[in-house]
Write a protein that binds this ligand. Structure first.
Ligand code: MN
Length: 234
């Protein structure tokens, strides 16, 4: 047994529908600008013919289960929700074909990529990394994972989000610019994807701010729902 100088942190993990076992999180990849209408609202439209998907990462530590209260984070005045489909990887794959990609999907979850939009945009304009905007503590909210065996390949279905009962985002998975097999194939050109990896596949249009006291409710057809309450800053 390895001896550590102090007890290592517990492995972040996610509940799995119909199982008492949990999904141990290894890495969190997030896709930027993967719905045309969201890319346009961010002032950076995407032409699939001439571009490739891009990614940022969050620390596994940022995982937060649905139903949690999230503390409004420090250092921002414009904290945004982004409702996303999350793909959970269940087997190793490298340089996948799109056909192979389907075989490594463990399941799907509803996710929120919570974002310090003010800091992300400053970083973007100054050509700096997005970490302060995106790798926010508690910012990778996630529902239980629904196994692939139950859902198969997801290519359509409503994805929506409301804040305090008002609908803010409403789109469909069929509007993903890069679909799930394309994302897994592309990402696996750069990484040896491993069981425990999560891919947040991007958010549709309608992103916006939340404040303390707000209640977020997101859902994706067949996958389920995610709930989050924002509480006062520390
Ligand atoms: Mn996002």
């Amino acid at each position: 047994m390895t001896q550590y100088a102090f007890a290592p942190a517990e492995t972040p993990s996610v509940a799995i529908k119909g199982s008492s076992a949990r999904f141990p999180v290894r890495r969190i990849f997030c896709v930027g600008r993967n719905y045309a209408a969201h890319a346009a609202e961010m002032g950076r439209p995407v032409d699939k013919a001439t571009s490739e998907p891009f990614y940022f990462t969050k620390s596994p530590d940022t995982v937060l289960p649905s139903g949690s209260k999230m503390t409004y984070p420090p250092g921002t005045k414009n904290f945004h929700y982004e409702m996303e489909l999350v793909v959970a990887i269940g087997a190793p794959i490298f340089r996948a074909t799109e056909a192979d990609a389907e075989k490594v999907i463990f399941g799907y979850a509803c996710g929120l990529d919570m974002t310090r939009r003010d800091l992300q945009l400053v970083a973007r304009e100054q050509g700096r990394p997005w970490d302060l905007g995106k790798d926010v503590e508690q910012s990778a909210a996630i529902s239980e994972i629904v196994p692939y065996a139950e859902l198969g390949m997801l290519s359509k279905g409503e994805i929506a989000l409301s804040v305090n009962g008002d609908t803010k985002q409403k789109s469909d998975l069929s509007y993903l610019i890069w679909n799930i097999p394309e994302l897994i194939a592309h990402l696996s050109k750069f990484y040896h994807l491993q069981p425990g990896d999560l891919i947040y596949t991007g958010t549709p249009e309608g992103v916006g701010p939340v404040v303390a006291g707000d209640k977020i409710l997101g859902h994706i057809d067949k996958v389920g729902k995610i709930e989050l309450e924002i509480t006062s800053a520390e």
